[in-house]
Design a protein around this ligand. Structure first.
Ligand code: NAD
Length: 303
């Protein structure tokens, strides 16, 4: 019997698929770290999303464990050194939620152009402030995408449908790699200087930490609009706050923060922001795809 432990919620169709594929699946999504250490020893594979931490203790307790499956992008919640040392196979589903994140970036882009959160708040307060909200269009504006990988390219396609001019900065992507996608690769400074909107879609690492800080905001157009659905640390929040207060950045749509979870911070008291609690990948469709992809990979590896 090959046993799989599901530690974070996945689509029920994914569980059914694994069962049909010959795997025995237990769904235990409320385990404490201690309970996980006590339980993991019975399983050949575990499935996590972003919530469960697969620590060294978990990996060492997982004597039978062959595969650690992370549904989604990023492996930040898995101790990769411990997993490699113990010879565990680690898999993820990097592309399954790209469209979900790209659509959230577009949602924030539209929200901060038309003051949707602020207009909604006035309606909820039984006010009709028709004259208060004068937005701007995306049409004919220049969008600068920093990091034009899977998600960045999905954003580009959608922005092009809005008839935006799309430019991108990515040190690891050449013009040829983008094929027919109508996006011009430019230098970092050119992107900062030319963009009416900037959206971030690169990983957070030593190289990208605080990629946008005071000096970079100074180079941007006055009234630029910023969207961050990548990771908190790529933007220096203190610098962005100043830029939002001074009007250098007209508005910002932010899904990710330096310290999460956020329960009230300086951003939440601003009126020129659209905020969400790190929900980029959280769609029914994306989570369904993540689950099915994990199930298919596990069947292939284990059944
Ligand atoms: P990807 O690997 O396909 O693309 C990332 C791109 O960033 C690559 O093209 C890479 O060359 C580029 N890059 C690397 N270093 C760079 C730098 N210094 N400057 C500019 N570009 C750089 O990854 P993806 O699937 O498109 O995901 C992008 C990021 O989105 C992830 O790393 C993750 O942090 C974030 N993400 C967020 C959510 C959310 O819930 N908000 C969900 C999924 C992913």
């Amino acid at each position: 019997m090959v046993r799989v432990l599901v530690c974070d919620p996945v689509a029920k169709e994914a569980v059914e698929k694994m069962e049909k594929g010959g795997l025995t699946v237990d769904v235990k999504t409320e385990l404490t770290p201690e309970e996980l250490v006590a339980t993991v020893g019975d399983y050949d594979a575990i499935i996590v999303r972003s919530a469960t931490k697969v620590t060294k203790d978990v990996i060492e307790a997982g004597k039978k464990l062959k595969v650690i499956a992370r549904g989604g992008v990023g492996l930040d919640n898995i101790d990769m050194d411990a997993a490699n040392a113990a010879g565990k196979t680690v898999i993820n589903t990097p592309a399954a939620s790209s469209v979900s994140v790209a659509e959230l970036a577009m949602a924030h882009m539209l929200a901060i152009s038309r003051d949707i959160p602020q207009a909604n708040a006035t309606m909820a307060a039984s006010k009709w402030e028709k004259k208060k909200f004068k937005g701007v269009e995306l049409f004919k504006k220049t969008l600068g995408i920093i990091g034009i990988g899977r998600i960045g390219q999905e954003v580009a396609k959608r922005a092009l449908a809005f008839e935006m001019t799309v430019i991108a900065y990515d040190p690891y992507v050449t013009q040829a790699m983008l094929g027919k996608l109508n996006v011009k690769i430019v230098s970092f400074d050119e992107l900062l200087q030319k963009s009416d909107y900037i959206t971030l879609h690169m990983p957070h690492n030593e190289e990208t930490h605080y990629l946008l800080a005071e000096d970079e905001f100074a180079k941007m157009k006055k009234g630029v609009r910023l969207v961050n659905c990548s990771r908190g640390g790529v933007v220096k929040e203190a610098a962005l706050l100043e830029a939002l207060k001074s009007g250098k950045v007209a508005s910002a749509g932010i899904d990710v923060f330096e310290n999460e979870p956020v329960k009230g911070n300086e951003f939440t008291s601003l009126t020129n922001v659209s905020l969400s609690p790190h929900i980029g990948a959280s769609t029914v469709d994306g989570q369904f795809r993540v689950g099915i992809e994990v199930a298919e990979k596990l069947i292939e590896l284990l059944a």
